[in-house]
Design a protein around this ligand. Sequence first.
Ligand code: PMP
Length: 440
Amino acid sequence: ILHRQEGRESNARSYPRRIPLVLTGARGIYVQDSAGQLYVDCLAGAGTLALGHNHPAVIAALREALDSGAPLHTLDLPTRIKDAFVETLFASLPAGLQKSRVQFCGPSGSDAVEAALKLVRTATGRKAVVGFSGAYHGMTAGALSLMGNLAVRMPLGGAMGDAHMMPYPYDFRCPFGIGGEQAVDAHLQLLEQVLNDPESGVPAPAAVLLEVVQGEGGVIPAPIRWLQGVRRLTQAAGVPLVIDEIQTGVGRTGTFFAFEQAGIEPDVLVLSKAIGGGLPMAVMICREELDRWAPGAHAGTFRGNQLAMAAGVTTIGHVRDQALHRHAAAMGERLAGHLRAVQADFPAIGDVRGRGLMIGVEIVEEPAPRLHSGPNRVPPPADGVLARAIQRACLEHGLIVETGGRHGAVLRFLCPLIVTPEEIDEIAERFRGAVRSACA
Ligand code: PMP
């Protein structure tokens, strides 16, 4: 089957090439291939499947929606399911965003990013948007303009919006040869010059757009003090802060939204992936005062997928009612502990980092110096070739992990939030076996 399917797919396809499986079944954290082999799915739709595959409550909600006779497609006309979704979504937003407005975008996360970019440009009358190295906001033109992966963005230049890229704090590969608090100060000083330097004559940007934990960029959690500094500087300069929680939202990082850990709130929030319970869904939420669009200024046929709303209400409700964000924090700590134990035995593992169940393992060519190991240290070269070999060995050990980051040298663990402690131990065992065979 695989041969037949592969022969017809574009060479631009990515997942099927590196994870050459034909999937026939799935439940919880497991998927099964056509040969009957079970794999632990630590990709889980790049973090989409908060409740895992085929969660009984999600399936029941979908059945109920189908059996109810309610319309399946309404563009964005109100329905009971939509009402329940908006209610559930707002019940999860922090106090400061209760007066915000929601724009259904869909079907994919990139659409919500496009809406946010268009909105901040309309609302401020300014053009440039500040983004960060390593960022990933999607593959549509506006989102690509803020793509931190230069190998992807540079050849496409000119076709996209006006963007200004700044360095994102990344201690393990700090561009200043410093780390920790010193690096945070340096990053904030640079940003302040761009946001608010009346002497320079540089006009203020339309927005700053960031991920609290970069996902595709290699699972890089932003330092809390940097996030607080960015919030303070953007507020002082009257520049809207857009936070992309497409991958981090709905409990993944240990809080419902990752920005809560810094005690900050965005002016615009983009969400997708887990909010649709595994079905296509994306929304943009903005403060009331930014909602300066004329009616109909933003449209799209597949906004507000009714089934995705039904699955989303159940997923968001489950995460909240069962405090799965707290469970994710505990399970993430357990997994990170195991991964650090593997790191202690294999010098190819340079760094283990993350928040909650969003964990990255960075593979290096040489043993890595410890974090904050002093000024002017040279970061060890990333090893994407070995990372891919470990990814392949993981598959042989029944574990699906995706790569990301510079040179694809970061292995990313994004398992469903419903994972049990025993399953965490199993993931770590499979990973240890894979690293042992790839590094032998
Ligand atoms: N933003 C972030 C942070 C993402 O991780 C992604 C997808 N990986 C996107 C935006 C784009 O979402 P989509 O692929 O659904 O367009």
